[in-house]
Write a protein that binds this ligand. Structure first.
Ligand code: ZN
Length: 353
């Protein structure tokens, strides 16, 4: 059966493609079905900071739940998922075994790398900071294209402390580059974003205390920033708004709101990430929140897919020969961002659902 799809993107020309063998091809002959003529299309949604293994950070790693979450994400239109690591690679190994057609495409970090007292106790891979090159190399080998570092973490009675210095971060990046992986770094405190950006880290996670200068440097190389605003708001609630941690994060969130428009102007790929607030299937909510907090609707929609595809070297224009992935909406999401949460059709490797 030959299916033809009209793909009207808010970010490019309207194109018409046929599906053949799971990829887009130029239209030819009379199709058996033609969909999308009344719809708007994106190449898929993307969750750029998820943890498929868990619903909470203390979860030991719930393999069946992970596969379920991946399936649910696809049903919601998520065709790309960047998993930013867990305590080990059990779930990622299981995801690898799950047929691609049943889940989003997944890139993933291996075990999250931190130092003693530098993250949730006993979670992930604790290293001596001097060993970062070797640790990054081995996690790059175990993961799927990413390595995750915890850049800073609060110490009781002291506040946030950097886990690695500038030269260690540079070593991490060169080690990941050599292994063909990208580095993502968790940072919620003031000192680390500038170090990480200048060390060449590919993606800044949270990044509450980035500066305009940091964004210029990050944007010049098309780097990624995943502000996870719903995660930050949730953490402020958990810590209490008047606690020292809550006040620091609130200050950081204000900084994020101020910086969002500058970031996209500077060429930074601002991306939506769920980070255990809801499931990856709920990622549209992060885009809606980014728009409420000051990102233009156009860039908020890009944040939840398009920009992630670009940043990871994927096709965004439904090019012939590329995987036939798309998500269709009844309205233009840039004009009505709420439609992101209710796609009418999801196409994954040529299969319509
Ligand atoms: Zn996270």
């Amino acid at each position: 059966m030959r299916v033809r799809v009209t793909l009207r993107s808010p970010f490019g020309p309207v194109v018409t493609r046929d599906i053949s063998g799971g990829i887009w091809v130029e239209p030819a002959g009379e199709p058996d079905a033609h969909v999308g003529r009344e719809s708007w299309a994106l190449p898929g949604l993307a969750d750029a900071h998820s943890h498929l293994a868990g619903e909470h950070i203390t979860d030991p790693g719930d393999v069946e739940g992970a596969i379920e979450r991946a399936r649910d994400a696809l049903a919601a239109g998520v065709t790309l998922l960047l998993d930013k690591g867990w305590r080990d690679t059990t779930t990622i190994d299981a995801i690898r075994q799950t047929p691609s057609i049943e889940r989003p495409e997944v890139e993933a970090a291996g075990a999250i790398i931190s130092v003693l007292d530098g993250y949730f106790s006993g979670f992930g891979r604790v290293i001596d900071p001097g060993d970062i090159g070797a640790a990054v190399e081995s996690e790059a080998r175990r993961g799927l294209g990413w390595v995750k570092l915890v850049g800073d973490w609060p110490r009781r009675g002291i506040g946030p402390v950097a886990n690695f210095d500038a030269s260690q971060l540079r070593e991490a990046v060169s080690s990941a580059d050599a292994a063909g992986a990208k580095v993502a770094i968790h940072t919620m405190a003031p000192e680390v974003p500038g170090l990480a950006v200048r060390a060449g880290v590919h993606s800044i996670e949270h990044g509450l205390f980035l500066s305009e200068e940091d964004l210029e440097v990050l944007g010049a190389r098309g780097g990624m920033w995943v502000p996870t605003v719903l995660r930050v708001e949730e953490t402020i609630k958990q810590l209490g708004e008047t606690s020292s941690g809550g006040r620091l994060l609130s200050e950081g969130l204000q900084n994020v709101c101020r910086l969002l428009p500058h970031a996209v102007e500077a060429g930074v790929r601002v991306l939506a990430g769920s980070d255990l607030v809801g499931a990856p299937a709920d990622i549209a909510g992060e885009a809606v929140r980014l728009a409420e907090l000051g990102l233009s609707a156009r860039h908020a929609v890009k944040a939840v897919g398009f920009a992630a595809f670009e940043a990871t070297g994927r096709s965004t224009g439904f090019d012939p020969g590329s995987p036939a992935n798309a998500v269709l909406f009844p309205d233009n999401p840039v004009a009505a961002i709420g439609v992101l949460g209710s796609p009418t059709t999801v196409i994954r490797l040529g299969v319509l659902r």
